[in-house]
Design a binder for this molecule. Structure first.
Ligand code: 5AD
Ligand code: SF4
Length: 462
């Protein structure tokens, strides 16, 4: 797995850059003519994804359109007739990286290799996109709410009436993302998401359950419910926990991300422990351990409330894994605030964390605030938080050595490293020596552990 933010983020399970395998869609894009949706097509397309799982899922929807339009997917720009860059705007270094790719695409277009390219996703929705379009000669710029317009770009009938979140996408044949809500109603000081993704919109339970059933009927074994604040989902008296429970009754394996501490109900935490089909892992971004910073950030909770949630989780799900997001170097962060973050990290014993250095984003409140700590201070704080997380993750992982675990194979054996990558029911990533296919289970003993991953022996050894 590659990271888009190696300098700024501890590790990047959630941060995926690159092209992905080509899952053929089970259901054509609505309105697509009956056509040769084949890989032997002479038309080629390359889709590159930057950013979070929402973007990965949006790319899957766009991939569906591209395949339905008769393109074969390729992984290199120079082999592609059309290119789609689906982008992230959350931190400036993500934008810098995209600028590099746009420069390369503009050159390939001038040389006549790439015919046209599109910029989609959060940069597309931002105010900066028009400047980029002029500068690099981008053929099509789309935001996050009008990805259906890509249909015309690739030669499918226009689909203006289609609300894209209702369109199923595919992560791969055995596991799938299902978007249950889009947008965000919070206004965290540092965050561009509300301005590029808009306010919260929830899909109906009926709609979600229908999609989940269709996916399971077509062979999906693992569903991840997605939303910027997934646990804020609601529909006339029903809350996220109700939807999660329904989903967990339909699918053999279920997870969800990303949650907000203010929305996370204790009954959801207990459900994770009770329901066999739920993966026992919780991603709950805290951002800071200091109440003063949490207030400046407008997070809407104090560290004590966060700690209480974690206590409930640890009690309800003793074998579960816990991850979080932390920002260091936000304007106004003092040494004492940083110490409080370190204390929270120690107390919560995280299994992993995404740690970010503050990146000022145009149009956000924090970009106007005074008191950004100097770079060397932010870097030191970053490393200190990273070490604290790695220590607790390493200690937690060591306790798994010797355990015999049922492991879901996510990615089949890699020729170079010779290991398949799987996930235990407690949500640990495991390297395992097996040729088992993605989507199947093996049982193996954990033989060793690092801070980020467990290593299992051959399943036959059991
Ligand atoms: N600077 C640094 N980190 C940020 N995040 C969001 N906006 C910024 C920013 N401006 C981080 C938060 C969020 C994660 C997805 O990205 O930790 O939870
Ligand atoms: Fe951004 Fe805050 Fe909304 Fe998360 S909850 S998407 S950090 S505004």
């Amino acid at each position: 797995m590659s990271s888009t933010d190696t300098d700024n983020v501890q590790h990047a399970k959630r941060t995926i850059e690159g092209t992905r395998p080509i899952p053929l869609s089970s259901k054509p894009f609505p309105g697509a003519p009956a056509l040769e949706r084949s890989r032997s097509s002479s038309k080629t397309a390359c889709i590159k994804t930057f950013g979070c799982q929402m973007n990965v899922h949006d790319s899957d929807r766009m991939r569906r359109m591209v395949l339905d339009a008769g393109y074969a997917e390729v992984s290199r720009y120079e082999d592609a007739d059309i290119v789609v860059l689906n982008t992230c705007y959350v931190r400036e270094n993500a934008v810098d990286r995209v600028r590099g790719h746009l420069g390369e695409l503009s050159r390939l277009k001038k040389e006549g290799r790439v015919k046209k390219f599109a910029l989609t996703g959060c940069i597309g929705a931002s105010g900066e996109s028009r400047d980029l379009q002029r500068q690099f000669g981008i053929d099509l710029v789309l935001g996050t709410h009008n990805t259906y317009e890509l249909a015309e770009f690739v030669g499918l009938p226009g689909m203006e009436e289609t609300h894209t979140p209702e369109l199923p996408g595919i992560e791969s044949e055995h596991s799938a993302f299902v978007t249950i809500m889009t947008g965000c109603n919070y206004k965290c000081s540092y965050c561009v998401v509300p301005s590029v993704r808009g306010r919260m919109a929830c899909r109906s339970m009926e709609n979600v359950v229908d999609e989940v059933r269709r996916l399971v009927a077509s062979g999906t074994r693992y569903v991840t419910l997605l939303g910027q604040t997934v646990d804020a989902w609601r529909e006339s008296g029903k809350k996220f926990c109700d939807l999660l429970e329904r989903t967990a009754e339909e699918v053999p394996r279920v997870w969800f991300t990303t949650s907000h501490p203010s929305n996370m109900e204790d009954r959801t935490l207990r459900l994770i422990g009770e329901k066999e089909t739920l993966v026992k892992k919780l991603h709950l971004p805290v951002q800071s351990g200091s109440d003063r910073m949490l207030k400046i950030m407008h997070r809407g909770y104090k560290s004590e409330r966060y700690r209480r949630k974690i206590e409930v989780f640890r009690e309800a799900v003793p074998d579960g894994t816990l991850s979080t997001d932390i920002i260091v170097g936000h304007p106004g962060e003092t040494e004492q605030d940083h110490e409080e973050t370190l204390r929270l990290v120690e107390d919560c014993r995280f299994d992993s964390a995404y740690i970010f250095k503050f990146s000022p984003r145009r149009g956000t409140e924090a970009a106007q605030l005074p008191g950004i700590p100097p770079e060397r201070v932010a870097q030191r704080r970053f490393v200190e938080v990273l070490r604290a997380v790695e220590q607790s993750a390493f200690d937690n992982n060591q306790k798994k050595i010797g355990a015999v675990e049922e492991i879901y194979i996510r990615y089949g054996r890699n020729q170079e490293e010779g290991k398949a990558i799987g996930e235990t029911w407690s949500g640990h990533a495991v390297h395992v020596q097996t040729d088992a296919q993605p989507g199947t289970y093996v049982t193996a003993r954990i033989e060793s552990a690092g801070p980020h991953v467990l290593y299992a022996g051959a399943p036959e050894a059991i």
